[in-house]
Design a protein around this ligand. Structure first.
Ligand code: BES
Ligand code: MG
Ligand code: ZN
Length: 509
């Protein structure tokens, strides 16, 4: 799929399919007390299409309710879809994403080569550039498929979406917005490919290679360092190594760094850290089969931070960014860590491992300590850390916790800006106390079935030092299966949270 900018009246007129919109318009009640409901198509620039529409029999009963669509053939043989958007005052940016995704999915069987979208018709947010950007965002995200392992691939169908706008003077601004959107969505597709890749192929060593290849090909100027097992041993990452102990593959710690062109000693430095468990069996505390399926997504945190890093670099973010992803599977062999084992973390704290399935916090704890040594001002980690997050916030909401309210607020407002659901949970002293061990400094679980997401975060907090402002995102719920969002595939990686993090990085001052 290609997305091109267009002005209303140009190619838009030549598109095989034209997408126009209609709104509900409530007029005052008549004398009889009946409330008349009319529709508004005042924003259509093409008078002849308006006339054709009014001549349609089906337009008489048309109410322009959300997703209510009428189709007719225009004068030059083009197909015209009039899509109802309901009440204009209740139609927001996220509604644009949803409706665009539904429309584009609806065009799949017809295989139009050119689709013209009337941008002003969707502009309920009073900003044509932003509207065009949101439309493009949804179109790119909807266009994603993962059919690598299907013998019968979905038939290739190349098509061009023309975004027709009216404000010619804004062309450059819109063009720029679309380029950004393409960078961000391409990064989302890259991270989705990583998540959707199967665990017998994407083990730690392979994953690191793929990240390296992508960096070398697409991220000019980014420095990359990949630590192998011997180097991770040298770093004394005892928790990380304990998770890898039962694996057939070596662990990898990928360390990426980006500096903006005009970087000074005052430039803000943000570190992103991601959980990259390429498959989580649970280890000796093995997961039951039904909970184990899907655990290839347990590297979703690493893919999310990589996706955001990638997009921010392409967008030339004004801050220094470090991205650290810790990669291993959590598997079992005769060398695998047993419950009751005590290991020493990179920061010197001893940790009693009471549940080998609470492995994410072990690899992240060491990665966070490593990140703090680089003296960033801020850290964000992302992880599919706890099943408890799904209990607390469902599949739809990402949890955020941390040690600095201002930093958390900044991330929350970036998420709000991008219409991604994020909600803060507290870390309280009682839960900090709950992870104290009888035999070691810490244990890797708290009271079973109690505040699991926050206990995970309280554990991670033990590895933050040098006054770094830190926030933890538990993406266990939102990483996949966003069937309620038509622009995400109902199965597999969602691509969510990359937009929020990219927004944060690109707009950081
Ligand atoms: N990867 C899981 C968390 C998870 C569960 C992610 C479901 C996505 C969907 C994590 O490693 C895990 O197993 N956590 C345990 C922690 C517990 C043992 C304290 C959990 O949530 O049960
Ligand atoms: Mg686990
Ligand atoms: Zn896990």
């Amino acid at each position: 799929m290609l997305i091109k900018l267009d002005t209303v009246g140009d190619h838009f007129l030549a598109a095989e399919l034209k997408i126009l919109t209609a709104f509900q318009k409530n007029t005052p009640a008549t004398k009889k007390g009946e409330k008349q409901q009319l529709i508004s198509i005042d924003h259509w620039s093409d008078a002849s299409l308006k006339e054709e529409f009014h001549n349609l029999k089906s337009s008489k009963n048309y109410k322009a309710a959300k997703d209510e669509t009428i189709s007719f053939t225009g004068a030059t043989g083009e197909v015209v879809w009039v899509v109802g958007l309901g009440d204009k005052t209740k139609f927001h940016a996220e509604d644009i994403r949803k409706v665009i995704a539904k429309i584009l999915k609806g065009t799949r069987s017809s295989k139009f080569a050119t689709i013209g979208i009337d941008v002003p018709g969707f502009n309920t947010i009073k900003d044509e550039a932003r509207t065009a950007q949101v439309i493009a965002e949804s179109a790119y995200m909807t266009d994603y498929t993962f059919d690598k392992y299907k013998s019968k691939k979905s038939e290739p169908h190349e098509f061009t979406v023309f975004l027709a706008h009216t404000e010619k003077k804004n062309s450059l601004k819109i063009e720029k917005a679309l380029t950004s959107t393409k960078n961000i969505c391409e990064s989302i597709n890259v991270m989705k490919d990583f998540i959707n890749e199967v665990p017998n192929v994407l083990h730690s060593e392979e994953y690191a290679k793929r990240v390296e290849a992508d960096v070398k090909k697409n991220l000019k100027g980014v420095k990359i360092k990949i630590l192998n097992k011997a180097q991770i041993q040298k770093e004394k990452m005892g928790m990380f190594l304990s998770v890898n102990a039962g694996s057939a593959y070596e662990p990898r710690l990928v360390h990426l760094s980006y500096e903006p062109a005009r970087s000074t000693s005052k430039t803000k430095h943000i570190a992103l850290v991601g959980k990259g468990i390429t498959f989580d069996t649970g280890g000796y505390c093995i997961k039951p089969g039904t909970s184990m399926a899907g655990m290839k997504n347990d590297m979703g945190g690493s893919a999310t931070v990589y996706g955001a890093f990638r997009a921010a670099v392409l967008e030339k973010a004004p801050v220094k960014i470090t991205c650290i992803i810790a990669l291993t599977d959590n598997a079992i062999n005769e060398l695998a860590t047993v419950p009751d084992a005590v290991v020493t973390a990179r920061n010197g704290k001893t940790v009693e491992i009471l549940n080998t399935d609470a492995e994410g916090r072990l690899i992240l704890g060491d990665a966070l300590d490593y990140a703090c040594d680089l003296n960033p001002h801020y850290i964000i980690d992302a992880a599919t850390l706890t099943g408890a997050c799904l209990v607390a916030l469902g599949n739809q909401v990402c949890a955020i916790l941390g040690n600095d309210q201002k930093w958390i607020n900044e991330i929350l407002s970036a998420a709000k800006e991008q219409d991604e659901y994020m909600w803060q949970l507290p870390i309280i002293d009682e839960w900090r106390h709950d992870i104290k061990s009888k035999v070691a400094d810490l244990k890797n679980i708290g009271t079973p079935m109690r505040a699991g997401t926050a206990i995970g975060a309280a554990f991670l907090e033990e590895f933050i030092k040098n006054d770094v402002k830190w926030a933890h995102l538990d993406i266990a719920g939102v990483v996949d299966s966003q069937s309620h969002l038509p622009y995400c595939s109902p199965h597999g990686a969602s691509g969510l949270i990359v937009r929020s993090l990219t927004h944060l990085l690109v707009h950081a001052k």
